[in-house]
Design a protein around this ligand. Structure first.
Ligand SMILES: Nc1nc2c(ncn2[C@@H]2O[C@H](COP(=O)(O)OP(=O)(O)O)[C@@H](O)[C@H]2O)c(=O)[nH]1
Ligand SMILES: [Mg+2]
Length: 448
């Protein structure tokens, strides 16, 4: 099966399975994100003059992007084959208003950003299957404030859409890269997404000697372990711009390194299905934590319910059998009690009236006090916070709860006593099953 078919099949299957579950918890199954319905995207980020635009021009085989030592280009440029028609360069204000394109949500970031987004329509073989996005380099914090829009957040938005994110460092300044990395890391799905990120050390030809190169590479590795918090260093691709380099200065193996990077970029469309799975994974995890809170609340409320039910039942049986004896002693009515009438063989149905009244009054009071008092109080408490209903053992779970807590509380506040019997724990089990079985199966299918 080819990727497109697999993707379609997955979409229908997942929709059928998940949509009712999302609806049950008052959540919108966004389905496969709008952005994932557009073409695969490669996002190039890194500090300014790390060689982003130069690399893009070489991939395209044309001089499309301006290059230079100073931070000249401060726009997000989406480079694609013709999609809109008309002129070759299209301003952001048009892009965010075009339903065929996945950029509408950037409207929310304001005019300033929109004037810093544009699309260039270019004919190039590499663009047949993907769009490439060039980005303005990250600046230091003070200059960041002058941009007029939240650069980090916007970068995060683009990263979410991208199937491959190429993070470029040049040997001169590896410093600002930490910030770009953090933005990306916070945006991608926690448990996965790492493979969507490619680290590249560029402009390696500017290292004068092997020892110079080794020093830069070492610094870079050190910086990277600092920022990823891991001891193992991810693969770092190496590259240079052949057009700018006197080939005599290249070390053995460098052309192959560069070739590997280009291959990786060309394969970006094949990561798309993985990206879709991750997107579903993220959404279902969000659903799961909401469902957990609701199911746990109902489990606790259910326990209280059974306590009330048992006590009520006991009291009503006792009152049925002996309530009239008590009344008889206190008020001398009824004259003949149920037990006596049975003993004397004078039982008539009339004797049941008082015991039945007593028993049903007890049941009524028991049921009302659970519904009106116990359940409501528990619900009020849960809907005010609810964090004790879910396990928050990791940063991942805490972040998830921070994001979904409001949704969970909205659900909790809307529950009624009848929901105790409406199979919420089965819904939760279905969600968990989807994450542990179905999704795993799909991932395996993609790998094979
Ligand atoms: N020697 C050399 N210079 C490069 C290389 N890549 C880019 N440059 C130069 O570095 C400067 C910044 O490149 P540019 O692509 O504009 O960086 P951007 O700001 O990341 O887009 C330009 O003057 C390029 O000519 C390279 O691999 N080797
Ligand atoms: Mg540039």
């Amino acid at each position: 099966m080819n990727e497109n078919e697999l993707q379609k099949q997955l979409q229908t299957k997942v929709k059928k399975k998940l949509e009712p579950l999302f609806a049950r918890f008052r959540m919108d199954f966004g389905g496969i994100d709008a952005s994932l319905k557009w073409k695969p995207i490669v996002l190039i980020i890194g500090n300014y003059s790390s060689g982003k635009s130069t690399l893009i021009n070489e991939l395209l085989g044309q001089n499309i992007q301006r290059t230079g030592q100073a931070p000249t280009d401060d726009s997000f440029t989406i480079i694609t084959t013709e999609v809109v028609g008309g002129q070759s360069e299209i301003p952001g204000s048009t892009l965010v208003n075009d339903d065929r394109l996945p950029f509408a949500h950037f409207k929310g970031y304001g005019e300033k950003l929109i004037s810093h987004i544009c699309m260039k329509q270019v004919a190039s073989p590499i663009l047949e299957n993907m769009a490439i996005i060039d980005s303005p380099g990250m600046l230091d914090a003070t200059s960041e404030n002058d941009r007029g829009y939240d650069y980090r957040q916007v970068l995060g938005e683009f990263a979410k859409m991208a199937d491959l994110i190429v993070l470029m460092f040049d040997p001169h300044k590896a410093g600002t890269i930490k910030e770009s990395y953090e933005v990306i890391r916070n945006t991608l799905p926690e448990k996965s997404g790492e493979h969507r990120l490619v680290f590249v050390m560029s402009r390696i030809d500017e290292c004068d000697s092997l020892s110079d190169f080794t020093r830069s590479y070492g610094t870079l590795c050190w910086n990277m372990s600092q920022m990823t918090g891991r001891k193992d260093i991810p693969h770092i691709f190496l590259t240079y711009a052949p057009s700018l380099v006197n080939t005599g200065r290249l070390l053995d193996g460098w052309p192959q390194e560069r070739e590997e990077l280009i291959e990786k970029i060309k394969r970006a469309p094949s990561f798309r299905i993985n990206h879709i799975l991750e997107d579903i994974d993220r959404q279902v995890n969000e659903l799961q934590i909401v469902a957990e809170a609701v199911a746990e609340f109902l489990r606790r409320a259910g326990r209280v319910y059974w306590k009330y039910a048992n006590i009520t039942l006991l009291v009503s049986v006792l009152l049925f059998l002996f309530g009239d004896v008590l009344l008889n002693q206190l008020l001398s009515v009824p004259e003949n009690t149920l037990i006596n009438s049975i003993r004397n063989g004078q039982f008539s149905l009339l004797q049941l009236v008082v015991p039945l009244l007593l028993a049903s009054a007890t049941i009524l009071i028991g049921s009302l006090s659970f519904r009106r008092i116990a359940f409501r109080q528990m619900q009020k408490k849960a809907a005010a916070n609810g964090s004790d209903l879910v396990q928050l053992e990791s940063d991942y779970r805490r972040n998830l709860w921070r994001k979904m807590g409001d949704k969970a509380r909205e659900n909790l506040a809307a529950l009624t006593v009848a929901d105790l019997w409406r199979g919420y724990s089965r819904s939760l089990a279905r969600i968990q099953n989807f994450l542990t079985q179905d999704l795993k199966k799909y991932y395996e299918r993609v790998v094979n």
